[in-house]
Write a new protein. Structure first.
Length: 192
């Protein structure tokens, strides 16, 4: 495993950009007034990080059979694909409806239950699977990725939910494209 400063920075940036998916999803839930309790936050965090860990493990194992130059090319291709898809989705697909169409009558707020949280986490993990596999082929520090992923997802979900509730009255903020740009930049750094 590469413990160089460059590898640690790349691992940190990739983990943080992957956590933007969780931030965006939580933001959308916050826009609708849905609360995400700590138990659901933990489920999202654990599932996303576990899937990333599995992808890193498989990618690390595969890298022992793949020549380094092929690993770098595969890493670049996978990261470019993920970044391109995320950028396209962020810029051209309809953003979540955050027009705050909440019923003003007093009632119990909606709560994201653990089952729903697990389904959301599985969907959010798709990018992490591909990125983790590609990153491991490119020699990115997997341990740092896992640690940053745990911390970033734990912060991203509650932060996104709070931002969604507060900002939905004023704006329809779409930040999902940022993760795509960051991953594309990271892909190009693998060629240097």
């Amino acid at each position: 495993m590469d413990y160089s400063f460059e590898s640690i920075i790349q691992a940190s940036i990739l983990s943080l950009s992957l956590s933007l998916d969780a931030l965006t999803a939580a933001f959308a839930y916050g826009c609708t007034g849905t609360k995400i309790p700590l138990k659901s936050v933990m489920i999202i965090n654990i599932v996303c990080t576990a899937m990333l860990g599995a992808a890193l493990f498989v990618g690390s194992y595969a890298s022992s059979f793949i020549p380094p130059v092929v690993g770098v090319i595969l890493c670049f291709a996978v990261l470019m694909l993920i970044g391109g898809i995320k950028l396209y989705q962020g810029l051209f697909s309809k953003s979540e409806d955050c027009d705050r169409k909440l019923d003003k009558s007093p009632k119990t707020p909606k709560i994201l239950n653990p089952g729903e949280a697990a389904i959301i986490a599985a969907a959010l993990s798709v990018d992490g699977l591909a990125a983790g596999f590609g990153a491991a082929l490119g020699g990115v520090n997997g341990l740092v990725m896992l640690i940053i992923s745990l911390i970033a997802h734990m912060a991203a979900v509650p932060l996104g939910c709070v931002l969604g509730r507060r900002l939905s009255q004023k704006t329809n903020l779409n930040i999902s494209w940022i993760g795509g740009v960051v991953i594309i930049i990271l892909a190009f750094t693998k060629l240097l």
